[in-house]
Design a protein around this ligand. Structure first.
Ligand code: UDP
Ligand code: MG
Length: 314
């Protein structure tokens, strides 16, 4: 059993064959300037390219390098979870594998953490090389989320951060299937602070987050930390019912005291309108219910095919 390192670095990898070595070089030179022991845990999230082979050869040449190979693609959040759960360091850095989170920031993150912060997250000042729609939707999402949740989830922040072992131990006790790790970490509390950095462009390849994945991720974030959408469904249900009631009174009045008209238009509009509102309400219920049922099933969050982690824990 080797002694645990001071620092663990967790990096999720999904089809990053062209970035792994470059990022590793940058990371290695940052680490060589620091007087501490470190491990790097790469989580291969079902890559379809040669990422795994690249990781194998890194692991063969550097004993600090570990990998966890998933049986298929489980998604960015679960890849990070696996890395965090298996990290042995006193402090754990979480960063992307495409170079957008600069490893050169790690010494600063660590210095801040050593001042007594359990969490130091990196907040992006600028984002380079990402299109307008991505930046705009991300901006809107974080603002909306901040408004409707009752915990403070920092805006314009990804998962790039350093956390103390204490946080890791608590995360392990939060068994939800749909992870929104940055939200969970905010929820945990302790002393949290941030540093600012300029987000770089991807070194190579394309983003692995399609709009569909981003949408699902956004829904996970909202449904994990807010019941506000359910309230909206209820409130709009009451409003629409109120309007409908007024219309009923009005049409009865017209029938007995006025002149009845064919009234197709109003009929159609009201049926469609109420039908629409009902479907929205049911849809929102479905989003929550689906997540409840997945948590009840209690399946393992991810499946590891192969790893070279030293198994100290059990
Ligand atoms: N990633 C992953 N599984 C996925 C999608 C992405 O492990 O299903 C990894 C990816 O390799 C990268 C990080 O998560 O290291 C962030 O992904 P990406 O750069 O594509 O997201 P973006 O920066 O565009 O939001
Ligand atoms: Mg990226």
């Amino acid at each position: 059993m080797s002694t645990p390192p001071d620092l663990s670095i967790v990096i999720p990898v999904y089809n990053e064959e062209m970035n792994i070595n470059k990022l590793y070089q940058r990371l290695a030179s940052v680490l060589s300037g620091m007087t501490l022991s470190a491990e790097i845990i790469y989580v291969n999230d079902g890559s379809k390219d040669h990422s795994l082979a690249v990781l194998h050869s890194l692991a063969a040449s550097d004993p600090r390098v570990h990998f966890i190979d998933f049986s298929r693609n489980f998604g960015h959040q679960l890849a990070i979870s696996a890395g965090i759960e298996n990290a042995r360091g006193e402090h754990i850095v979480i960063m992307d594998g495409d170079g957008q989170d600069p490893p050169e920031l790690i010494p600063e993150l660590l210095a801040k953490a050593l001042e007594g912060y359990e969490v130091v997250y990196a907040r992006r000042r600028k984002r380079q090389g990402e299109n307008f729609l991505k930046k705009f939707t991300a901006r809107m999402f974080y603002r909306i989320l901040a408004r409707i949740t009752n915990i403070e989830i920092p805006v314009d922040t990804g998962d790039f951060r350093i956390i103390h072992r204490k946080i890791q131990q608590i995360l392990k006790r939060m068994p939800e299937q749909h992870k929104y790790i940055r939200g969970q970490i905010s929820w945990i509390g302790f002393n949290q602070t941030w540093l600012e950095y300029d987000r770089e462009e991807r070194m190579g390849g394309e983003t692995k987050f399609t709009y569909k994945k981003m949408m699902r991720f956004a829904l996970d974030g909202i449904s994990s930390f807010s019941v506000w959408p359910l309230k909206v469904a209820t409130i709009s249900g009451f409003l629409v019912s109120g309007v409908a009631f007024a219309l009923i009174v009005y049409s009865l009045y017209e029938k007995f005291f006025g002149t009845t008209e064919p009234g197709w238009t109003s009929l159609h509009i009201s049926v469609l309108f109420i039908g629409g509102i009902q479907l929205i309400g049911i849809g929102i219920l479905g989003e929550y219910l689906g997540r409840v049922s997945e948590n009840v099933k209690n399946r393992p969050h991810y499946i590891i095919r192969d790893t070279n982690l030293p198994h100290d824990e059990t």
